[in-house]
Ligand binder design. Structure first.
Ligand SMILES: Nc1nc2c(c(=O)[nH]1)N[C@H]1C(S)=C(S)[C@@H](COP(=O)(O)O)O[C@H]1N2
Ligand SMILES: [Mo]
Length: 324
């Protein structure tokens, strides 16, 4: 547990309530005996001391990939042991300490389906997919809606490369993505009253933006299960819940997808979910963020500091709609 002093301008930890609040409320009704602990945004679970990512995993021979120098940071990288042990992955539990539970997920083999409005639907094995793609390392900021953040070296490839391979029809306006569904290994999915499988979506132009990155690795190694192995998204200008983990399906569609959090509570979690320090979450401020693993709070930036690359996507849109 970190021992820290709160400064006057910091939000009280109890105000920055994790997304798991909703699980708590609902779970209290359905499973009072097993009410999950709601961890404050700054508290670090025992998993913090768990082992770091290993060099094993799918397509391990492809790592480390060359770093793309175009993506720089304004802060130090988060410690690997922190980024790979303080995780949101509700399929495996509502605390941040899901490392152990997540190891039950079988990831070899892993099938990825591409369907909907495409020239030809396809299913391919993750190993086949990753070997078709040009892997690179990018240093990205990662800002959770709970007002904490990390800085992470992801390895992967632009989502636009998968879109190009899929050959979407002109009628496709959105890309919908879904996580595996396997309640036998993911205890969270036994809570059938939640909208499993975890779903997220992007507009086609967002999916084709160079920043949208499909992640296969972290810290120069295959991404571990708790961080969304073998394939997850990183959308650094959006709140972390948009960065869906352990993806099994990409569907091209003309209907705006409804994300998992949006389905649960649309007044708090919206489709766009672009980082904006000036638009508060209904229950807490988004003006600052806690750098996880340190004692530091820093101001949050519009589009999490990526305005130059993405502001053009939202020209003329109602900011309320953009941010929620
Ligand atoms: N399938 C799935 N993807 C998910 C989540 C989840 O619970 N399930 N949590 C999201 C949230 S809220 C965040 S902040 C990031 C956390 O990623 P990390 O654990 O690698 O930091 O994953 C996102 N992707
Ligand atoms: Mo999050």
């Amino acid at each position: 547990m970190l021992i820290r002093r709160r400064r006057g301008w910091e939000i009280p930890e109890s105000a920055a309530t994790p997304e798991s609040l909703f699980f708590s409320r609902r779970a209290v009704i359905a499973a009072a005996a097993a009410a999950p602990a709601v961890l404050a945004a700054g508290s670090i679970g025992a998993g913090m001391r768990a082992r770091a990512a290993t060099a094993e995993g799918p397509a391990a021979d492809l790592y480390p990939a060359a770093r793309n120098p175009a993506f720089t940071l304004d802060r130090p990288l988060t410690d690997e042991a922190v980024a790979t042990s303080y995780n949101n992955f509700y399929e495996f539990g509502t605390s941040k300490d899901i490392v152990k539970a997540a190891q039950k997920l079988p990831i070899q083999p892993w099938q990825v389906k591409i369907d909907g409005m495409v020239e030809k639907e396809m299913t391919l094995d993750f190993d086949e997919l990753v070997r078709k793609m040009p892997l690179e390392e990018r240093l990205y900021r990662h800002r959770c809606v709970e007002a904490w953040s990390m800085a992470v070296p992801w390895t992967g490839f632009p989502l636009a490369k998968l879109v190009a391979m899929a050959k979407p029809l002109g009628s496709a306006k959105f890309l919908k993505m879904q996580t595996f569904q396997n309640a036998a290994v993911a205890p969270g999915q036994k809570q059938f009253w939640y909208p499993w499988p975890y779903t997220e979506g992007l507009r086609m132009d967002e999916a084709n933006n160079d920043l949208a990155f499909l992640v296969t690795g972290i810290y120069g190694k295959p991404v571990p299960k708790q961080n969304g192995a073998p394939l997850r998204l990183a959308l650094p200008w959006k709140y972390g819940f948009k960065s869906i983990k352990s993806i099994v399906r990409f569907t091209f569609t003309d209907e705006q997808p409804v994300g998992y959090w949006e389905a649960l509570q649309s007044s708090e979690y919206g489709f766009y979910a672009n980082v904006n320090p000036e638009v508060s979450h209904p229950r807490w401020s988004q003006a600052k963020e806690r750098l996880i693993g340190t004692d530091e709070m820093v101001p949050t930036q519009l589009y999490n500091g990526y305005a130059e690359q993405v502001a053009g996507l939202y020209t003329g849109m109602d900011p309320k709609k953009i941010y929620y």
